[in-house]
Design a protein around this ligand. Structure first.
Ligand code: G3H
Ligand code: ZN
Length: 231
């Protein structure tokens, strides 16, 4: 069944679990991800990133993924990953996505707040939850985006001012790692979750060692994004 981000994340702060979001690009991988989720009876998030939407128009991807979600026996979220601007997020919302991310993490703080606030209003007017990012999860190749660890006080201010439904934070991962040796700063994460009242999101989770992934289920991280591992 098609579910929203809030539907699947609402209990993740109280209970020891997190929902995986896998980057998918078409029928074959989306179907395989759903079948795996059905096998373990878990909700799952199908995330379409910049590469996916450059390859297949959002309104076509939406029809395909929403169709697969509706046929699934577990809750499936159709999510826009790293939406780069108002227009891209608007397209996803109009096409029926059940969750969107706007990523203003490369912008200065005030500008990230301002643009996230505007886009959050739009998402909420569609009745759809939104994820945004504070601090910045960088890339193995820094030309794709520079990293900056999340400042807990900034995270608090950002969450209050923007009214986002989920917040991506940078606490030690980097996108596109090919081995699981990221060093998660659990103390920083703890500080953030004391101050922020919405579920948190971990990007670049391919690089997280298995034992830390398990430990994360005990924290307020409620969504774990995995792309490189399945690619
Ligand atoms: O938004 C998607 C992810 O953060 C995936 O990161 O490819 O390093 O697993 P990854
Ligand atoms: Zn990401």
């Amino acid at each position: 069944m098609l579910a929203t981000l809030t539907d699947v994340m609402k209990d993740t702060m109280k209970k020891p679990f997190a929902v995986p979001a896998f980057n998918v690009f078409g029928y074959e991988d989306a179907k395989a991800v759903i079948e795996a989720a059905e096998e373990v009876k878990s909700p799952v998030i199908l995330a379409t990133n910049k590469v996916a939407i450059a390859h297949m128009p959002i309104h076509i991807l939406a029809k395909l993924l929403i169709g697969l979600a509706e046929d699934a026996s577990v809750p499936v979220v159709v999510h826009l990953d790293h939406g780069k601007d108002y227009h891209t997020v608007a397209q996803a919302l109009k096409s029926g996505y059940s969750s969107v991310m706007y990523d203003g993490s490369q912008l200065p703080f005030e500008e990230n707040v301002r643009t996230t606030k505007e886009i959050t209003k739009m998402a909420h007017s569609f009745g759809i939850p939104i994820e945004a990012e504070i601090g910045s999860v960088g890339y193995v190749n820094p030309e794709l985006g520079k990293g900056m660890l999340t400042d807990p006080m900034e995270a608090k201010q950002f969450a209050v001012e923007t009214e986002v439904d989920a917040l991506a934070v940078a606490v030690g991962t980097v996108h596109r790692m090919e081995s699981q040796n990221a060093k998660i700063e659990f103390d920083r994460l703890e500080e953030i979750q004391q101050l922020v009242n919405v579920p948190l999101v971990m990007h670049g989770s391919t690089g997280i060692p298995d034992e830390d992934l398990e430990r994360l289920t005990e924290t307020n991280i409620g969504k774990v994004n995995i792309g490189t591992a399945i690619r």
